[in-house]
Design a protein around this ligand. Structure first.
Ligand code: PRX
Length: 635
């Protein structure tokens, strides 16, 4: 079904120089491998696993699963019976067996261009072992959770790999989240240690992380008893301190030994929890396990970025999101890659910062978000012209649909028309890319994530759960697992089954809408649930509504998404105030009487779309006119 035929869409073909030494050099090779991955998954994944170290081989098949709630519990298992360690595979294996000790793992580039350092694989290994010993000394054992609230500094990578080494489960909370969000995540994970920093500059703005962390711990008062903090000092002077439970990073790391035997884990032991927004408002602790996640992130990284040993790869995401977990830490390290680890933001100290860094490190593969591209587009091509971007070979995007205009600009202005743009569709839940082009194999259509990755079998369903063939639009679902798919929602398997498997038994439901065109290309059309995507970050309308109604003045709130030029989508909030005269009280009452607020109509009001269709279910359709007349333009 996936033959590339004559098409009216403009196609971009892979450049010849890329094909010459590519892992997957043409579309037929992709098709052959893809077929093998579906027809003989056992042999396909076995070959991938052969690259890695197994303390004990698997006793079960490469993949076992049930995706049908009507049959029994949902489960996925990869390489049951095998014993291994993630940290050993991404560090020791390379240093010991591949002789990569002296190779740079990360070029760390600070928020300020004056701060930078290179970290080799062997340096990384010894820092990780030290940190692992520190955690052990603090009483952290296999299976314990460690919350990490750190900015994009090397210590973040050390800590996550230290957890992986001793079998502790890391739960990273993006260091831009509030104390409430941090508290909620610490409580849900029942972490015994929190690792944070005193503070960080993001652009010109100072964020006092330790203070926020303290607030979070105060809110979760049951935790303070067994919570210890490790802190690293950077630029702030006045750090709030409680010597009963806080310890300084530098002090404990200094005396910690550089040798640490890895904990040999079962293939299906948890590796990490990462929270993602859920449509009910409460975040879901997405759980990933060791072996499957290793196989999947390493293979997607290798093929999607066509990795070669002399590459310098840069993913601009924050490790606090899944993109950073899979494609800054685990995927690149598993391949022995050299990456840039960037602490700052695209526009500090100037709007050419990205391009300056690409020139400085001669970046060959560059992976960013459509929202960043749209932001930088606003400044035109002039900031790019000062820098030599000729090292670039492949460009990537992730996080949200990319509009063809931004795609074109990325391709022409940044890639000078020489570099394929891989538009990678995936989710926190999928662990790695699931729909994506392969840069030397797939003819591209701007805005399409093109075709499934190996082992992934997508299909499109209509509202009744019927599969749609050929050209079609509907719900994007997957018929079977691949090794990197999530295993459960932490401590809530029922929620896992209800969120992803209930609606259409037999399928994993992504929550995204999708169109398949006549050439078989997949196009993500956006969320089908009450979720929205602001600057590549997924959030639920319920979550925002709950936050709004917490304010004492607010009686009710409804939140919908509205397209935004740079952010992709933005929040459009309808708020009714308690006892307010100005905000036409009657109108608020009318809305309340509706019972269930008609979100479709609110969305259209937000977008100023006047053709509203059937309004007969509304108690008072005049409300709609009033809302239109009070529309305000978003910034
Ligand atoms: O709606 C899709 C959108 O982001 C959602 C997943 O968000 P999250 O779990 O935070 O992970 C983001 C990074 C992988 C998806 O359900 N999304 C992600 N990538 C794309 C995308 N939408 C369109 N095109 C993409 N390439």
């Amino acid at each position: 079904t996936m033959v590339v035929t004559e098409s009216q869409d403009k196609m971009y073909y892979p450049p010849d120089d890329l094909k010459r030494d590519a892992h997957v050099p043409d579309f037929n090779s992709y098709l052959a491998l893809y077929r093998k991955s579906l027809e003989n998954p056992e042999a396909f994944w076995k070959e991938v696993a052969d690259d890695f170290f197994w303390k004990k081989p698997a006793t079960g098949p490469m993949l076992q699963y049930n995706f049908d709630v009507t049959i029994g519990n949902i489960y996925v298992k990869c390489m049951e019976g095998a014993k291994t360690n993630m940290c050993y595979n991404v560090l020791d294996r390379l240093v010991r067996e591949r002789n990569l000790g002296e190779k740079v793992a990360y070029y760390w580039e600070g928020n300020s261009p004056d701060h930078h350092m290179a970290i080799t694989y062997s340096q990384l290994l010894s820092q990780v072992c030290r940190c692992a010993n520190v955690l052990k000394k603090m009483g952290v054992k296999k299976g314990d959770r460690v919350s990490i609230y750190l900015p994009m500094i090397p210590e973040l990578v050390y800590t996550m790999l230290a957890c992986a080494r001793i079998g502790a489960v890391h739960s990273i909370v993006f260091a831009g989240f509030s104390s409430e969000s941090l508290c909620e995540r610490i409580m849900d994970a029942q972490s015994s240690v929190l690792v944070t920093a005193d503070g960080v500059y993001r652009g010109e703005k100072l964020i006092n992380l330790k203070q926020i962390a303290d607030e979070a711990l105060e809110k979760s008062n049951i935790m303070t008893d067994f919570m210890s903090g490790i802190c690293s000092l950077f630029w702030c002077v006045q750090t709030p301190w409680d010597s009963e439970c806080d310890v300084w990073w530098e002090e404990v790391m200094r005396d910690s030994p550089e040798e640490c035997e890895p904990e040999w884990l079962d293939a299906e032991d948890p590796l990490f929890i990462l929270y993602t927004s859920g449509s009910t408002g409460k975040p879901k602790g997405v759980l990933h396990t060791v072996a499957g996640y290793l196989l999947y992130t390493s293979l997607t990284f290798k093929y999607v970025f066509d990795h070669h040993h002399d590459d310098v790869y840069w993913c601009t995401a924050d490790i606090g999101w899944i993109t950073g977990h899979s494609y800054i830490t685990y995927g690149p390290l598993a391949n022995g890659a050299t990456s840039v680890l960037f602490e700052g933001i695209p526009v500090h100290p100037h709007v050419g910062r990205f391009w300056e860094i690409i020139e400085k490190y001669k970046v060959t593969k560059f992976y960013t978000a459509p929202t960043a591209i749209r932001l930088l587009m606003k400044y035109g091509r002039e900031p790019l012209q000062k820098y030599d971007l000729s090292s670039l070979r492949i460009l990537g995007t992730v996080g949200e649909p990319i509009n063809p205009e931004a795609w074109q600009w990325y391709h022409e202005a940044v890639g000078k028309g020489r570099c394929p743009v891989v538009d990678t569709f995936w989710q926190t839940e999928t662990g790695g890319h699931v729909l994506t082009p392969l840069p030397a194999a797939t003819p591209l259509k701007p805005g399409s994530a093109t075709f499934p990755f190996f082992g992934v079998e997508p299909t499109i369903l209509n509202e009744h759960g019927e599969e749609l063939e050929g050209e079609a639009e509907g719900y994007l679902v997957f018929r079977r697992p691949w090794p990197g798919i999530m295993r459960t929602v932490y401590r809530n398997h029922e929620r896992f089954e209800n969120s992803y498997f209930k609606k259409f038994p037999g399928f994993y439901v992504t929550g995204d809408g999708c169109r398949r065109d006549k050439d078989g290309y997949y196009w993500i059309t956006g969320r089908t649930d009450d979720m929205l995507n602001v600057s590549g970050h997924l959030m639920s309308t319920a979550e925002v509504e709950a936050a709004l109604t917490e304010h004492p003045a607010v009686a009710e709130a409804a939140v919908v998404s509205r397209p935004h030029k740079v952010k992709g989508e933005c929040l459009y909030c309808f708020v009714s105030l308690k006892d307010s005269r100005e905000f036409t009280h009657t109108l608020v009452e009318e809305l309340k009487r509706l019972g269930k607020i008609m979100r479709r109509i609110l969305r259209q009001i937000a977008r100023n779309e006047k053709d509203l269709g059937d309004l007969s279910t509304l108690a008072d359709p005049k409300v709609v006119e009033e809302l239109f007349s009070q529309r305000c333009e978003a910034a």
